[in-house]
Structures are given as structure tokens and as C-alpha cells.
Design a protein. Sequence first.
Lengths: 352, 352
Amino acid sequence: MMDRQKIVVFEGDGIGPEIMAAGLDVLAAVTQGTDFTYETEFLPFGGQAIDQVGEPLPNNTINQAKRADAILLSAIGGPRWNACPKRPEDGLLALRSELGLFANVRPTVVADSQIDQSPLKGEIVRGTDFVIVRELTSGAYFGEPRSKTFDQAIDTMYYSRSEIERVMVYGFDLAQSRRQHVTIVDKSNVLATSKLWREVGQAVAQRYPEVTVDYRYVDATAMAIVADPTQFDVLIIPNLFGDILSDEAAQITGTIGQIPSLSAGATGPKMYEPIHGSAPDIAGQGIANPISMIKTVSLMLSQSFHQDKLAKQIDEAVELTIRRGQVTPDMGGTLTTKEVTEQVMNAMQEGV
Amino acid sequence: MMDRQKIVVFEGDGIGPEIMAAGLDVLAAVTQGTDFTYETEFLPFGGQAIDQVGEPLPNNTINQAKRADAILLSAIGGPRWNACPKRPEDGLLALRSELGLFANVRPTVVADSQIDQSPLKGEIVRGTDFVIVRELTSGAYFGEPRSKTFDQAIDTMYYSRSEIERVMVYGFDLAQSRRQHVTIVDKSNVLATSKLWREVGQAVAQRYPEVTVDYRYVDATAMAIVADPTQFDVLIIPNLFGDILSDEAAQITGTIGQIPSLSAGATGPKMYEPIHGSAPDIAGQGIANPISMIKTVSLMLSQSFHQDKLAKQIDEAVELTIRRGQVTPDMGGTLTTKEVTEQVMNAMQEGV
Ligand SMILES: CC(C)[C@H](C(=O)O)[C@@H](O)C(=O)O
Ligand SMILES: CC(C)[C@H](C(=O)O)[C@@H](O)C(=O)O
């Protein structure tokens, strides 16, 4: 029997608690009667934490999170906290930094059954299957100095060689387990940090002779994601550019309510979260799409706990539920969050 | 009779000279026998200037450019100059800065006849008609300090209130002549410069009570351009984000070989250029699509010289040529650059 795994849960803001409940229900169901045992610890984080203790990332939250075996996050933020001195987003950035989660991994996959949902034409999007590896703890998000007065503002983009190297290695390792192709994305015709990004990419590439490598400017890549997405396998991209291009990429699937992501460091717990936001406009209505969170749970099971079989059970049940059209309004269905979750659990019991 | 207008011409690199010749042929043809007279002055710039005088923006070039009535540029850059201490791109940034071209205006229009060429599904892209106003002389492209060693690199994003204000005013003025809707794009949940961007946007918006305004994060906007492009009218966006999103936007038209742009300052000559690059891979083959450059000439005629009638003649001839399928391979045709140009000139003579 394995040790009981400790899963830290951030319920989040907006639709966060609704979809997190769905994810945890599925986790409980799929693990029942198996030798995978776990405990959950709910901790205040983001807007919820601002409301409770006046601080988006309380000390106790980060301390407990560091001791977790994995972290589940739904989504945080909302206009309610816009005027706060520290906003929910500041808590998220601090969390990523404190946990050293330097690699954010976002899959962009379009199954044949999903082509109808894509805004792209079928012949362009068919077969799309790539992963964006976004650097997550440096770059424009963390560089100092950063300041703002009435008259001017400054942000700093900063990268050290070692920060670039570790995320390159992460991406090249990932490419080795896939189609062995890497696209290094930067704006090295203009930015100094991007010149270094490309240089370090070239150096790391030498250690992976079996991986083919493309070097692309971020603007050209923004085009190619729309024009020819099947060319990509693994993209390795700085923090700020990765924020933009990973959202663009998610959108071409037409299924942003279904996509999970993970963030990893060199050691310590990985964090799992859907790629979408907290959707305050539909919060509390019980109609949020739980599939992203359910797939986030499945990703955690396979990537942090090597429970590939359980993950597969979830994924297949989700597929079946989607094929049956038992989905929320954003996917063209009429079911509630709870109903979709029940359908997924029923499908798991059918033992598909 | 008007004064003879002085048009400074940068032939550019790669396919630049080929398409510039096409644009100038059409300019000569359309103005023949009219009271619009002009002289062209060809000046070394970009990679061409590096080859000739070792410097992408020679002093004489910038001095003459400042005295022009308008500037035509094709496209610059290419891998040949990658190792140069100053690359063609550095010349372009210096030129924008020296001429004070703070507003870069890029139209994204999908005519019904072009829907087939878009990578987006027809029902999504039909009716798309927006303009991106990109700040062009500040932000991450120009902020200091900027440095790079073997071990680390730094770029600075900087914006002053007045730099933001003038481009906001430009964008709001433009919206007033259009559908009176502005989308202000930033990453104000993370970046200090973006917080100022939004604040100044809010202040300027008050002076335009008839214009409706949306405030959007850049990642969400990257999604919306793909998911729902018809919602936009005028987007006002910082330099670095504008580089990425304007290329994404151009791509959804499926016609990047056809799109012109202009860059404007408070005073002085405007600069006109296609939005695409110098395409070194097809340079010298005579197959580059001349339509972007021909439309760039048309844009110059209407925006710098108030020759709306001549501009319309060109645009209608281009439309007819496209409808007749008399186009280059990138648009599915079999014609050469020269042949397409002749077809456009024939169509003008038909007096469509
Ligand atoms: C909420 C925000 C700070 C965050 C980011 O920009 O990283 C989000 O957009 C994301 O991509 O995870
Ligand atoms: C060539 C490059 C410096 C330029 C930019 O990034 O501004 C180009 O991509 C553009 O958009 O005009």
C-alpha cells in the first residue's frame, strides 16, 4: 500500500469552487477501492484568501503547499478585487515563484471528434497535437525594477542563462517522448532577453541531436498557430509570450472549457489547473463546464502519481460523455455542472 | 497644379525590390495625365544599406526621409544579416523613432469574396473589419537599460503618460470615423506599464462619450481575434503586444500578401509598407505577390495626398484582378509578379 498522498486544493474564485467540487467528486469515485489513497487540504488562496485574511497568498497557504504531493487549482481572480493593493493574480505569481514552478505545460490537441468546435477550418486544424512549454517564474512577470507613477511606468524583462536552460531542457526532454521536434519562440530580432533565449536554445539543442529544431519569431508563430498548427510538436517560449500564444492555441481547439495544464519545478509538488479563467459572469449558476477540472485531476493522477490506469478511466469516461452530448451550454448542451459530472461518473462505472 | 510631391522609396531586402517595382509601376500608371505629380528618391536602408555603407540607417537616408512628403517601404531583413552588429531591424526601429511614427495602423478586413482564403470558418470570420492601432516608438522596443552578457539579459518596458495619450487619441479619433468602438488591450493584471496604459485609456475615453470602450487583457484578446473577430472595431495596443496580435489578425484574413499599413507621427511624413516580411526564401524568383505593395501605394495616395479617386481606381482594379484569378501562387494562381502587375494596370485602363 502506498503512502497517503497529500493534495492541496485551491478552490479559487468565480466558477472555481463549482468545478473543483466536480473534479474532486470524480477523483473520489475513480480511486475508490484502489490502493491509491489521498487526503485533501483546502487552503485559502486568491480572491477567496483576500476576502478571508486580506492577502492572496497567506503564509500558511504557501507553507502547506510546499509540503503537498500535488496541488490542484481551479481558477482565480475577478473584477471584485481589481482595486485591491494585492490582487488574486499577485498571489498566483508569488505562488509560482515560491514553488519554483518554472515550466508551464499546456497541451493543444484537436481530436477528430472536436473539429466541428474549432473556429479553424477542418482541413487546417485536423491532426493538431502540440504542447506549449512556457517559462513561468521569470521574464517580464518578475523582473525588477517595476514601478508606476502618474506620469510613467516601467517593467523589466530579465532572464538568466540558467533560467532559460532549465526550461529548454524540460522542453527538449518532453520532445524526446513525442515527435522529437522543438520550436524555440522569441523576438530575438529586437529584444536582448530573446537573443539570449535563442542562444541558450541553440546550445541545449546540441545535446539533443535526434530532436529537430526551428527558431521562430513570436509574431510569425502567432500567425503559424492559426495558419498551420499541425507543424508544431513542442514550443518553448518565454513567460510573457507564452501567456499570449498559449491562449491563442487553446482557442483554436474551440474547447477551452476542456483543457488542463501543469506547472512543474525541479523538485517539489507540481500544480495542476485548467487553462481557462474564473468566469465570474457565470459563477454561481451551476452551468460551468467541469470537464477542464476533471481532466486536470486526470493529468495529476498520471503526472504526479503514475496512476495512468485511473487517468485513462477518467479520460475515456469524459470522451464518452462528450460523444453522448451530455455537456454544458458552452459546448452546445443543456446539462448543469453537476449533471455532467454525474454522467462522467456513470460512464466510469460502466467501465468503458 | 499642386506641388510635386517627394516620395522617398526604400526598396528593401528579399522580395522588396520586386514588389516595390510593381507598386511604383502602378503609381506611375494611375497618376499619368492627372495633376498629381511626384518624384521618387531611392535611398539605401536596411540590409541593402548594410551592404552598401555598413549601416542599416545611414545619416543621409534619415535626413532625406525627414524631408519627404511620404515614405514607401517594402520589407527588410533576412538571415544574411543575422550576425551583423546592427541588423536591418535596428535600422527600422531607429527610423520609426527618428520620424516619430508613434501610431502604426493595420487594417484587418475580410471581404465576402475572401472568406475562402481565411483559415477561420466562414461563419466566424464573415464581416470582420477592424483596425489595430499599435504604439510604435516606445515600450519594450525602446526602453533602457537593455543589455546582454553570456549569463543574463535585460530589456526594459517603458511608457510615459504622454506617449500613451497621443496614441490613444489617434485611436479614438479613428474610431469616431468608424463604428465608434475601441478595445484597449493590455496586461494590466500583471505589468505596471499596462496599468498605466489602461488608466490613460480610461482618461482619454472620457473625452469621447460617443465611443464605447472595452478593456481587454492581451491573452484574452489573442483568443477573441480567433473566436469572434467581428466584435472589434479599433484596438489600441502597446508596441510589443501589437507586433504579435497584428500578425495574428493579419493571418485570419488568409491574405497577408495583400495587406498594407501606415505609420504616422504628430507631424512629418507618414510611412507606408505591406505588413508581411521580406520573404528571402522566394526572393529573385519573380513570383512574389505584388498586391500588398500596390495597395500600399493606394493607401499612400488617399492618406498622405488626399487622392481618394486614384486610390479607388487602384483598389477596384486590384479587386477585379483577384476576382479574375490573375494572381500569384501564394493566392492559388500561376502568374508572376510582373504579370499580376500588368493585369492590375490593364484593369485600371478598362476604367472599371
Ligand atoms: C491570471 C494571470 C496572471 C495568468 C498569467 O498571465 O500568467 C493567466 O493569464 C495565465 O495564463 O495563467
Ligand atoms: C522587423 C521587426 C523589427 C518588426 C517589428 O517587430 O516591429 C516587424 O515584425 C513589424 O511588425 O513591423
